[in-house]
Design a protein around this ligand. Structure first.
Ligand code: SF4
Length: 443
């Protein structure tokens, strides 16, 4: 049972010392009851109280990690239904499925490009998470071995217990895989297998009641790392099953459904529908998403969507402040100024780089805000720009000393001239896309 804020408060030291960054123990207790903070933030809580609070402090969606040779897929640990309430924590893993009826060469041809796929998105590497291998009457062990020959990413193995055992023997030592599926019929055997190989176990059920019954039996049998695998397919079925499970876990702290969810958009067969189902699964609560098709054109939008939903809305994506060299600049080349909001940085850098123009790009510390937001918030002004010009010793790198302000902040030019008397302050265009034309003309 979840504890209320008042019940939690009674177990806290009640000294209001503020070491947890909350003004009172009661405020902290309320946040703890809402699963919005960790108990570890209070350094003064007694061991006895800790034990009693463990239920309240335990994550409502149990986290675990699939791993293999340094690659990891984390799932669970979510505390909110909607991203804007706090943030989502564990990016859903995208897995490409192969079947053991495909030849090893076919499997390798399918896995290799997906394994190698990597794209830089505003400084973040996006890639596929791993592979699922499904038994279909072929040589399962050979299929697992074929995947392992060309990829060391985590795997999900799908088949009956005996077949899975043959596949597990082909995995590298120490890796943590997921096994599919424990059902009402086979759960004891699957539990033994999961324990023997320290694997996570996906639980297949048609209804919420059946799912809760099975996860209860499996946890009692000693298997802790479980994933829910509802049998429903299609948009409505998956959405309903995933939402009910997650709501019960978060709103009612119903532990038997407090596990990450695995979805199989690949089961629909049609690649276009598969991508849409995968997009829905990213937004609505799947931690593992199994696809049957891979192409850069479909992986990229899914991975960008995932990034957009799973980044913390309260923390802008930032780049390190400093001086960045674009196209091997010389001392006579101009210094462009922008802020350390990732998208702002990449917009400017990409425009200048792709135009082949050399420049020094000064990225100032603006708490990850875009130029206009930072200017309005007082984080991007003449004083802070001049401070970073000196901090990063920009004057030692250039001879011409031409510094270009973003057009939206033209108003800063007079003050910046006062702050940097040796420099010529220029006002650039308002949009990054107009920078190349401006640079060819004005600097
Ligand atoms: S750190 Fe602990 S004792 Fe201090 S105010 Fe926070 S909850 Fe209370």
């Amino acid at each position: 049972m979840a504890l209320s804020g008042i019940q939690i408060y009674k177990l806290l030291p009640q000294t209001n010392c503020k070491d947890c960054d909350f003004p009172t123990c009661l405020a902290f207790a309320m946040k703890l009851a809402a699963k919005q903070v960790e108990l570890s933030l209070c350094p003064h809580v007694s061991d006895e109280a800790k034990e009693q609070l463990s239920e309240a402090a335990a994550p409502p969606v149990r986290p675990f990690v699939l791993s293999s040779n340094g690659s990891e897929v984390k799932a669970g640990n979510e505390v909110v239904l909607y991203r804007h309430e706090k943030t989502f924590y564990s990016h859903p893993g995208l897995f490409l499925r192969v079947y053991d009826t495909e030849s090893p060469d076919e499997i390798k041809a399918k896995v290799t490009p997906a394994d190698a796929y990597k794209v830089d998105y505003v400084g973040i590497d996006l890639d596929m998470s791993g592979f699922a291998i499904q038994a279909n009457g072929g040589d399962f062990a050979a299929a697992v071995a074929a995947v392992r020959e060309v990829s060391h990413r985590p795997v999900i193995l799908i088949g009956d217990p005996d077949t899975l055992k043959a596949g597990l023997a082909k995995l590298d030592e120490g890796e943590k895989a997921m096994l599919c599926h424990a059902t009402q019929e086979n759960w004891q055997t699957m539990a033994e297998l999961a324990k023997e190989y320290d694997a996570a176990l996906a639980v297949l059920a048609d209804t919420i009641d059946e799912m809760a019954d099975l996860t209860g039996k499996l946890t009692e049998a000693g298997v802790k790392d479980l994933a829910l695998s509802p049998t429903q397919r299609g948009f409505r079925g998956t959405l309903t099953a995933n939402t009910i499970a997650r709501r019960m876990a978060l709103k009612a702290t119903f532990r038997p459904l407090g596990y990450p969810i695995i979805s199989f958009p690949g089961d629909v067969g049609d690649p276009a529908t598969e991508v849409m189902l995968a997009a829905q699964a990213i937004g609505k609560y799947s931690g593992f998403i199994v696809l049957d098709h891979f192409s850069p054109e479909t992986a990229y939008p899914l991975l960008v969507l995932r990034e957009n939903i799973f980044t913390d809305p309260q923390k802008p994506i930032q780049v390190q402040p400093g001086v960045y060299e674009i196209n091997d600049p010389k001392p006579e080349d101009p210094v462009l100024v922008t802020t350390n909001f990732s998208i702002t940085y990449f917009s400017v850098a990409n425009e200048v780089e792709s135009a082949g123009l050399p420049a020094w790009l000064l990225v100032t510390e603006a708490e990850g805000m875009s130029v206009l937001t930072a200017w309005a918030a007082g984080k991007f002004d003449a004083e802070s720009i001049a401070k970073d010009v000196k901090r990063f010793e920009v004057g030692d790198k250039v001879s011409a000393k031409n510094i270009v302000l973003p057009g939206h902040t033209a108003v800063l030019s007079g003050e910046l001239e006062e702050e940097l008397p040796d420099w010529k302050v220029l006002v650039g265009p308002r949009e990054a896309v107009d920078l190349p034309a401006y640079m060819k003309q004005a600097v």
